[in-house]
Write a protein that binds this ligand. Structure first.
Ligand code: ZN
Length: 316
């Protein structure tokens, strides 16, 4: 048992929590060679794609823990060993993992960005928008990258990876259609989304606007593409102007993201006599909860938006 495994054992003993112990056990097993490809993924969304393609041939762990902000994740004790042990490292890419040390580690380790196959990435104010997972059809492009890279590592399993990737493509295609159908319950002119940070441009292009039409004016948020940034009075005013212009009645908080900025927006709206309320359900943007998978997360977002619309805007 090396020092790292010993440390994990102690942590498992001390924590006394079965879920933490499951994680610790998984990490300890991941550290030991067992014939499977050891894959390090920066986020749970990436790991879910990798598991779908790799099946029992891969053993994937997630670097940023549930609830952690992938925009600002700082490496912790033990992370460098994960980089050293991984056979393959997949990141989300498009600037998501932008925090200094993590960004440098990913570059040095030649991590593969699963978003590299996206044909038309969205740029906002000159920067790539990393939130590609919020359009299922776009996120599914990651399967191409993962299938190719895993097959390079295990040429004898090429057909296995190909079959599993095709199966996942089919389920993601159906999910994409389902999200479309859910949101089509809202009249096209009212398909707009005000939330905490600029995470929903891909969602807007995929589900809130007609194909080929302008989509960036379908969403508005006080915070920029990386949540928890500084916001100015002007940022809040711009969102309030948007709400007034488009007669938006309900705005959304995001899971794991501070609600101060969106509450500020509601406060200013009310001062100006605008009837706006916070939706009863938050949306998932950068992170989801451990108890739900990617499909459930996307379904939740679509249904929460429809429910909020039906309860609020739909009554006018
Ligand atoms: Zn974000």
């Amino acid at each position: 048992m090396n020092i790292y495994s010993f440390f994990l054992s102690i942590l498992c003993f001390v924590c006394g929590c079965s879920r933490s112990c499951e994680h610790v056990d998984h990490l300890r097993n991941w550290m030991c060679p067992d014939g499977r490809l050891k894959v390090l993924c920066t986020t749970a969304f990436v790991a879910e794609l990798v598991d779908a393609v790799g099946g029992e041939e891969v053993d994937a762990i997630v670097l940023v823990p549930f609830g952690g902000d992938p925009h600002s994740y700082k490496l912790v004790k033990g992370d460098s060993e994960k980089f050293a042990r991984a056979d393959v490292i997949f990141s989300s890419g498009l600037g998501l993992e932008q925090a200094g040390a993590l960004s440098r580690y990913l570059k040095a380790a030649s991590a593969v960005e699963v978003t590299q196959a996206i044909e038309e990435p969205i740029f906002h104010e000159g920067l790539p928008d990393p939130h590609a997972w919020l359009d299922v059809s776009v996120w599914a492009k990651g399967l191409d990258v993962i299938e190719r890279v895993l097959a390079q590592k295990r040429a004898d399993k090429k057909e296995f990876f190909e079959r599993r990737a095709n199966e996942k493509r089919e389920t993601m295609h159906l999910l994409h259609e389902q999200i479309h159908e859910l949101l089509e319950q809202i009249p096209e002119r009212d398909r707009r989304l005000v939330s905490t940070h600029d995470a929903f441009y891909y969602f807007a292009r995929g589900y809130l606007s007609a194909p080929g039409q302008q989509f960036s004016d379908r969403v508005s948020a006080p915070e920029g593409m990386a949540s928890e940034g500084q916001i100015s009075t002007r940022d809040v005013e711009q969102v309030v102007d948007y709400i007034r212009e488009h007669e938006v009645r309900v705005v959304f908080s995001e899971y794991g993201v501070n609600t101060d900025s969106i509450c500020k927006v509601i406060g200013v709206c009310r001062e100006q006599g605008l009837d706006v309320r916070l939706a009863g359900e938050y949306l998932y943007s950068d992170v989801s909860e451990e108890k739900i998978d990617y499909a459930q997360m996307m379904q939740h977002n679509a249904r929460a938006i429809v429910r909020a619309y039906m309860e609020g805007n739909g009554e006018r």
